[in-house]
Every structure is written in C-alpha cells, then in structure tokens.
Design a protein around this ligand. Structure first.
Ligand code: PGA
Length: 256
C-alpha cells in the first residue's frame, strides 16, 4: 500500500506569516492512514518552519503526524567553493526530509540538466533525503505526439544511471509543463496513461509497486479528488493552490 504524498511547492512565494499559518492549521494530520503532507518553502524559511512544527506538537500526542518540510532545490556538489549554494547535508541537518529536483522551471530557466538531476538526487539520498524528481513534457512535445517518448527519456536518464536506487529513495512527479500554473490540469485519461507508463518503466530499476508517482500541474480543490482517485496517482505536487491554506487543506482532505 503506497502512502500518498501531498506536497506544497511555494516557489518564490510565501513569508513567515504563511509558515505560521500552515504550522498551526496542520498541527495534527491524524495517525496511520493519513497522507504525508509536506511544505517546500523558500530555503531561508526552513529552520523557522521546522521550529514552528516542533512547537505545535504537544508532548502527550505521540501519535500525531505533523507536516514535513521539503526544499525546492539543492546544490549538485557536496561542499566547496560554490557561492550561494546549499548542500544536501545542510538541508538534512536543519530537518529537511524531501527535496524537489528537476522542476521544469529549474530545467527551463536555470538550465538544470538530467546529469544534474541525477547528481543532486544521489547526494540527497546519501543525506537521507528523498528526492522528488520532476519529469514532464512541453506543449509542443505533446502536440507532436512525443510526450511518452520524452518522459521516458527523462526518467531513464535518472533511473538507469543510479546504482542502488530503491523505491524509498525517490518519489516521481509527473508535471506536464503546459499544465503548470495555467489553471488547466491534464485530463484524468492523460494522467493515468502517463503514470501507468512511468510505473512500468520504473519496474526495470526498482520495486515499482512501492514507488510513489505524484501528479502536478494546476491541482486545486476542485479537481484533486478525481486526480487522486486514479490507480497510478499517489499524491500531488501543488504550486499556486498551496499558497492558500484553506484550498490546500481541501486538497489534503481529498487524499484521505
Ligand atoms: P501549479 O504548479 O500547481 O501552480 O500548476 C505545480 C508545480 O509547479 O509544481
């Protein structure tokens, strides 16, 4: 049984007030079957967010599951003269449990390559952080009928070269670029077809039954339930709708 993950990607948005609002709203996610819920704020807020979460858990409530904190990016090197970068071990030290890698914005705007996605993911695994590796095609690739081949290539670039990879060291996020921030998500048919292909392909490299594959791209309260109900969808990576705590709470509820 795969435990769903609902992840908030705040991108270059949010502030300490939003961290406080999330920490107090999600101070008890319930035990057992509830989804894992994580927030990826801008890196500068991570330590404050972790402290807020520690405070919101009462001493008696050993069973309580709280939010987890994720990062949006990590350095591709372990240490050294790389001004401005933050390493995987530093993220681990301040309480990060997941890190987004290869988001389409990082690939398109910052030139992140498949080689970097692999290097970052492996460094994260070495520090005990689960990489959320994003893959997904652009509109022109989909219109050319090449979405499946393109996504398979992105996936292969990471899985085939990562020796010792397991379903515990990675979460995949299928995020069609044309659905990100547009308000129009992929259809349930498109999502299920791609997720099923991804799981079949991943089975060559790891226990694909245990692999969690998230969907991302205009997930909101109004479409979360139908997307999360799909056989091969194990959660969501949520951008815009994760900046509103009520909307995000409804998405989390749809995964329960
Ligand atoms: P969106 O972004 O939910 O605003 O479409 C998703 C993402 O970029 O991860």
């Amino acid at each position: 049984m795969r435990k769903p993950v609902i992840a908030a990607n705040w991108k270059l948005n949010g502030d300490l007030a939003l961290c406080r609002e999330f920490a107090s709203t999600f101070d008890d996610l319930g035990a057992g079957a509830a989804p894992e819920v994580l927030v990826c704020p801008p890196a500068v807020y991570i330590p404050a967010f972790v402290r807020l979460l520690e405070k919101s858990v009462s001493v008696e409530s050993g069973e309580v599951q709280t939010l987890k904190v994720g990062a949006q990016n990590v350095a591709r090197e372990a240490a050294g003269a790389f001004t401005g970068e933050i390493s995987a071990s530093m993220l681990a030290e301040v309480g990060v449990q997941y890190c987004i890698v290869g988001h389409s914005e990082r690939r398109a705007i910052f030139g992140e390559t498949d080689d970097e996605v692999l290097a970052k993911s492996q460094l994260l695994a070495d520090s005990g952080i689960t990489a959320i590796v994003c893959i997904g095609e652009s509109l022109s690739v989909r219109e050319a009928g090449k979405a499946e081949t393109f996504v398979a290539g992105q996936l292969n670039a990471v899985l085939s070269r990562w020796s010792g990879i397991s379903a515990e060291s990675i979460v995949l996020a299928y995020e069609p670029v044309w659905a990100i921030g547009t308000g129009v998500s992929a259809t349930t048919e498109q999502v299920q077809a791609m997720h099923s292909q991804i799981r079949q392909q991943a089975d060559k490299f790891l226990d694909a039954d245990a692999l969690r594959i998230l969907y991302g791209g205009s997930v909101k309260a109004s479409n979360a339930a139908e997307l999360l109900a799909l056989d091969d969808v194990d959660g969501a990576l949520v951008g815009g709708a994760s900046l509103n705590v009520d909307e995000f709470r409804q998405i989390v509820a749809a995964a329960n």
